[in-house]
Design a binder for this molecule. Structure first.
Ligand code: ZN
Ligand code: FE
Length: 255
């Protein structure tokens, strides 16, 4: 049985996620922008929280941890390398290490770039990956700490996951990401179709997160930096994939 997934809107445009293993009753949350909506979602379902998995140190992903931990007694897990700037960790993780939610095992993937030490959590049996501010729906996080090549390496790891994987990212930035994507890739029919779907979903107030990795591969310009037609559009036909990615990221910052 795959994990149950609950997407919880927090603050103005953040997402937290619950994953729940029905067989064992075990429940984890990925990121804690604020405690109240997460506690409400748990209460509504009668679930007890056992673990808090943190992706990176930014306040909008961790500032509810103390309250949520006090209310639930859940253990906190995050990147060992960021222990000095995360809430106190019960479990300090390293890349390649696993986390357990009921019967399901998740793998820690280092996706540094937005921050150094940002991690993603991949649950292969349920085809879920929690990417926060690394790979986002039709976009990627800004480079606050890492370099373009570093982020390209991180996104390339995520791009190699099975295409049916659901990408659970940290923000509802999709509509503006899509406008930028269209400026670079206007003749991509998959992107044109996706932009219409995104507009429709947002009009109805529906989230555009999570998204399917196959759709990201087909439409997300940051995953398409290595394609010849993308490099040609950037005027960087002879550049490396990482250099093309870095240029796309710089253009997005100015968009
Ligand atoms: Zn962030
Ligand atoms: Fe964020």
């Amino acid at each position: 049985m795959p994990l149950d997934l609950v997407t919880i809107p927090c603050l103005t445009d953040n997402y937290a996620f619950l994953i729940h293993d029905a067989a064992s009753g075990d429940t984890a949350v990925i990121d804690v922008p604020e405690a109240a909506p997460i506690l409400a979602a748990l209460r509504q379902r009668g679930w007890a929280l056992s673990q808090i998995l943190l992706t990176h140190h930014h306040a909008d992903h961790i500032q509810g941890v103390a309250d949520l931990r006090a209310a639930t007694g859940a253990r906190v897990a995050g990147n060992a390398a960021d222990a000095h700037r995360l809430p106190p960790l019960d479990l300090a993780l390293h890349e390649g290490q696993t986390v357990q939610v009921g019967n399901e095992t998740g793998t820690v993937i280092d996706v540094s770039g937005h921050t150094i030490g940002h991690v993603a959590f991949h649950f292969p049996a349920s085809a879920l990956v929690f990417t926060a501010d690394s790979l986002m729906a039709c976009g990627c996080g800004r480079l606050f700490e890492g370099t373009g090549p570093q982020m390209w390496t991180s996104l390339s790891k995520l791009a190699r996951l099975p295409p049916e994987t659901l990408v659970c990212s940290g923000h509802e930035y999709t509509a503006s990401n899509a406008r930028f994507a269209l400026s670079l890739d206007p003749d991509n029919p998959a992107l044109v179709a996706r932009v219409a779907q995104i507009a429709q979903a947002r009009q109805k107030g529906q989230p555009t997160v999570p998204s399917r990795l196959s759709d990201e591969l087909a439409t997300n310009p940051f995953l398409r930096a290595g394609l010849a037609q993308m490099k040609a559009r950037l005027g960087l036909s002879d550049a490396s994939d990482a250099a093309a990615f870095t240029e796309i990221r710089a253009r997005k910052d100015r968009f």
